[in-house]
Design a protein. Structure first.
Length: 151
């Protein structure tokens, strides 16, 4: 059962432990199996966390705080999570926010300040749902909107 889970994709130790609990595997047996999986390299929370952060940041443009929450839901917290998140710089997060806004911006009447404000609020909200703090979300959205207006 655990090998089938791992063939679907990388899993954290916590995720596999949950699967074993769901199957009513005794705790001591589960610990022994998971320990052995770690010894042979089938389960590596640090490698999983690094892969998760890279892929989710690239695909979804999530912020560090959103990625931290996702890792915690997978049982990865503390030093392991922070090391994986340390790969992301503030500049990289800001650039990802700008790129996401540039992809999602809708046409609006340039001469209408109300239309600009509506679009700005919509884009800031989208970035906030991705975990970006308000200051970064507003700055990234405003920069992209202003750049669109000058073209």
């Amino acid at each position: 059962m655990l090998l089938r889970q791992l063939t679907l994709g990388p899993r954290s130790r916590h995720q596999l432990a949950v699967k074993l609990r769901e199957r009513h595997v005794p705790e001591e047996v589960a610990e022994a199996v998971l320990g052995r999986f770690e010894e042979v390299g089938l389960v590596n929370d640090a490698a999983f966390a690094e892969m998760w952060v890279r892929s989710r940041f690239a695909a979804k443009s999530l912020s560090k705080s959103a990625l931290r929450r996702e890792l915690a839901s997978k049982g990865i917290e503390g030093v392991v999570a922070e090391e994986a998140l340390s790969e992301l710089s503030d500049d990289a997060e800001m650039e990802a926010a700008r790129e996401l806004v540039a992809r999602r911006i809708r046409p609006f009447a340039r001469e209408d300040p109300a239309a600009r404000d509506r679009e700005l609020r919509r884009l800031v909200g989208m970035l906030a749902r991705k975990g970006h703090p308000p200051g970064r979300a507003f700055r990234a959205a405003a920069e992209v909107i202003d750049a669109e207006n000058t073209q």
